[in-house]
Design a protein around this ligand. Structure first.
Ligand code: FEO
Length: 401
């Protein structure tokens, strides 16, 4: 672990996890990740902000040893173990350190890490901790990404420590977000997988930051942002109600019928000027699918009928989309069947969280033929019309997309 001097007496300690390929045993990490801890050394006391994943605790302890500072406070922004897992080891090395969390964080830290209550002090929203010349202000930020999350602001240096907020699963040699195109992709993937279900709460937290003087955003995953408008503008866009003229098309095909429908439908959408992103669910990276859902106006699931219902891969895609709660406005289903089934009903029932209008599905009996393709054309026409009439302003007139 490298020790980076962000500015006088402020240190970044990023634990780079180059090889990690799965998070929460669910989320693909094509670019690895990092767990960033920070140290703020005040004239009278020193705070460690976030610990790291427990797999990296020896690196953190070695770095803290090299800094040769006593740790008086351990700011636990978030109880999820990729930030808190090393806290017991840090406390073993610095037994006098006081853990600081939100009131909701205290029982979570106690239950997940088996800390004692007397080791943790709860801080209220807006509370300021004096470290001497480096006061730390705590901002509660529930649902970024658990209910107990908080951020820390260091007004003396205009640094905002944001934990998961504005983070990215990206292991890189660069401490700062220099390659913005690459960081944008990683941050959008991170937003899609972690933050999107809490879009409305995230938007409120963003609004709260608008009037603050912030020169540096220091998340606990991925590079640090000196160009704060780059990442804040991206979040404003992703969390807004605006959708784009895009169709996301996750599909699975067993014997080619659905594939033929997807190919035809993709061309039909493109001919109408609609961007389409098909995802073959047998090979797709669900992170890519989640990213596509951030902006798209419409999602259409393609599935054959298996044992009277949708293919399990299509069920998984629908379940995921429902859990991630994208701002999608329209949904539909295309697919095939042999002799019957309840594919449409079962898939539609999985989308209850989405505030979508369900457009007339297209189900072909066997391999699609003339009338099925005509129905796909009609669905593409409907989607075009719906997109043209979308109200993309907050309370304004329909402007289309
Ligand atoms: Fe990076 Fe929600 O933990």
């Amino acid at each position: 672990m490298q020790i980076h001097n962000l500015t006088d007496n402020i240190y970044a300690l990023p634990a780079l996890d180059w090889d990690r390929r799965l998070f929460d045993e669910l989320i693909p990490l094509p670019d690895g990740t990092s767990y960033n801890a920070y140290v703020v050394q005040g004239s009278q006391a020193t705070a460690l902000i976030d610990a790291v994943d427990p797999t990296k605790q020896d690196e953190l302890l070695a770095a803290l040893g090299n800094l040769n500072l006593d740790i008086d406070y351990l700011v636990a922004h978030h109880a999820e173990q990729d930030h808190s897992g090393a806290i017991p080891a840090v406390l073993e090395k610095y037994p006098e350190a006081q853990v600081l969390s939100t009131p909701k964080g205290k029982p979570l830290l106690r239950d997940h890490l088996r800390l004692r209550d007397d080791q943790i002090a709860a801080v209220e929203d807006g509370h300021t901790l004096s470290l001497g010349d480096m006061p730390l202000q705590f901002l509660h930020a529930p649902w970024v990404h658990w209910p107990e999350t908080m951020l820390t602001y260091l007004p003396e240096r205009r640094i905002l420590f944001t934990c998961d907020f504005f983070g990215s699963h990206l292991a890189t040699s660069h401490l700062y977000a220099e390659d913005e195109a690459r960081v944008y992709e990683a941050a959008k993937r991170y937003y899609a997988e972690i933050m999107m279900p809490f879009r409305h709460q995230i938007r409120k937290h963003l609004a709260r930051l608008e009037d603050m003087d912030i020169d540096v955003i220091a998340p606990s995953h991925g590079p640090i942002h000196r160009n704060t408008s780059f990442i804040m503008d991206a979040y404003r866009d992703w969390t807004s109600d605006r959708v784009k003229n895009q169709v996301v098309l996750p599909y699975v095909s067993m014997h080619g019928s659905v594939r033929a429908m997807v190919d035809y439908f993709t061309d039909a959408l493109l001919q109408r000027g609609i961007t389409v992103q098909p995802f073959n669910l047998t090979v797709t990276d669900v992170g890519e699918l989640a990213m596509a859902l951030v902006d798209a106006a419409t999602v259409v699931v393609g599935t054959p009928t298996v044992l009277g219902g949708p293919h399990p891969s299509a069920v998984y895609a629908a379940y995921l989309a429902n859990a991630l709660r994208p701002k999608t406005r329209f949904a539909s289903i295309i697919g095939s069947y042999g002799w019957g089934g309840q594919t449409v009903e079962r898939l539609t029932s999985l989308l209850g969280n989405l505030k979508v209008e369900v457009l007339e599905p297209v189900m072909a009996k066997g391999y699609p033929q003339g009338e099925d393709f005509a129905e796909l054309d009609a669905l593409a026409d409907t989607i075009l019309k719906k997109h043209e009439n979308i109200n993309n302003t907050q309370g304004g007139e329909n402007e289309g997309i």
